[in-house]
Design a protein around this ligand. Structure first.
Ligand SMILES: [Zn+2]
Length: 235
């Protein structure tokens, strides 16, 4: 477990995290920082986990206008597959498609700020539960220590688009092709209390959970929190 130590540009406290981390949260003053080309750059942050939460984890919340530039759906699926075989052939099936794109709407996405297999799918589910998140905790209260924010602010925008594509794929039609762009993007780091279950990790009270084994950096994150707790018990 490699630990990165940086200093909060606002209050001078030590920011700790793991070796791969790109985003940091100051548990003293509540400011958020992203490691950019010029060092630490400020990011918006909402802390929704208290200092005594055992597993506070970082997430990204991205608000954006989603432009569905092109959205092609098949009019038939099973029947055409049976008739023409399993390969999708443009010339044979062109008459069986229609365009449903051309609209824009404002959406809010929520997804992990740590790497996770199947992250876009978790993001599709989590984004449905933004109203269920615990309250924001102010900087005057005791704030938790976090680690594991290995997804940078730039990568978060790419992933927000993946979640938007996932939302389109989830609609009850046969999506064949999609072209999506995001604009007017605002992102914030969200700290959520998570609960470790046998093989799963439950994300706050959203009802959404993921397998521990699908997070490549999981052991490092757990070791970090165990070490912190052992340290504060001794103090
Ligand atoms: Zn600080």
């Amino acid at each position: 477990m490699r630990i990165t130590r940086l200093v909060c540009r606002y209050c001078g406290s030590i920011l700790s995290g793991l070796g791969q981390d790109q985003v940091f949260f100051c548990s003293n003053c509540g400011k958020g920082w992203s490691l950019g080309k010029k060092g630490l750059e400020p990011i918006q942050v909402q802390c929704r986990a208290s200092a005594d939460s055992h597993l506070p984890l970082p997430f990204w919340m991205v608000k954006a206008t989603v432009h569905v530039l092109k959205r092609t759906v098949r009019n038939e699926f099973t029947a055409t597959m049976l008739k023409f075989g399993s390969r999708y052939e443009e010339d044979v099936l062109s008459a069986k498609k229609r365009e449903t794109g051309g609209q824009s709407d404002r959406r809010t996405f929520l997804f992990p700020a740590f790497s996770l297999d199947g992250l876009p799918g978790i993001g599709v589910n989590l984004s449905k539960h933004i109203a269920d998140l615990p309250d924001i905790i102010g900087a005057e209260e005791n704030l938790p220590d976090i680690c594991g924010g290995s997804i940078s602010a730039v990568d978060a925008l790419v992933l927000a688009r993946c979640v938007a594509v996932g939302q389109e794929a989830e609609k009850a039609d046969w999506l064949a092709e999609i072209d999506i762009a995001l604009s007017s993007v605002k992102s914030a780091l969200i700290i959520l209390p998570c609960i470790m279950e046998v093989e799963m990790v439950a994300i706050a009270d959203t009802g959404v959970s993921f397998f521990r084994r699908s997070a490549p950096g999981w052991d490092g994150m757990v070791d970090y929190h165990s070490a912190k707790r052992a340290g504060s018990d001794r103090a």
